[in-house]
Design a binder for this molecule. Sequence first.
Ligand SMILES: CSCC[C@H](NC=O)C(=O)O
Length: 136
Amino acid sequence: MIKPINRDVNILRQVSQPASKADLPVAQDLRDTLTANANRCVGMAANMIGVTKRIIIASLGPLQVVMFNPQIVAKSGPYQVQEGCLSLSGQRSTTRFQKIRVRFTNEQWEQQELTLTAFPAEIIQHELDHCNGILI
Ligand SMILES: CSCC[C@H](NC=O)C(=O)O
């Protein structure tokens, strides 16, 4: 279901709780909401739709990838970049890493790892910050 975008910083600043299998339906809400906002958004964390669980979605090329309990297990190549966020106005400068390895649970509830670079890596870092209550 398409959900309203949460702009309440009291919720956005909370550290999200680990996700469990019971949270699988949140994936569809994230997919629907990202699709509805695809003209201005490339990724979301569950707290952006008011669910303070560690779940993110990212548009990686043509795919929308949902990750439960994502963790960055390796990173290299720091750089500065200007980013925006659907939950905030304006753009802000932040530090990201050019290359990351992310470990997560997929929608089949299997553990998976992906190595990502450049913009896909940036999206994951932005959304994972949301899970930790960190805003750009
Ligand atoms: C480059 S990372 C930017 C991610 C941002 N989404 C909000 O969580 C967005 O603009 O889609």
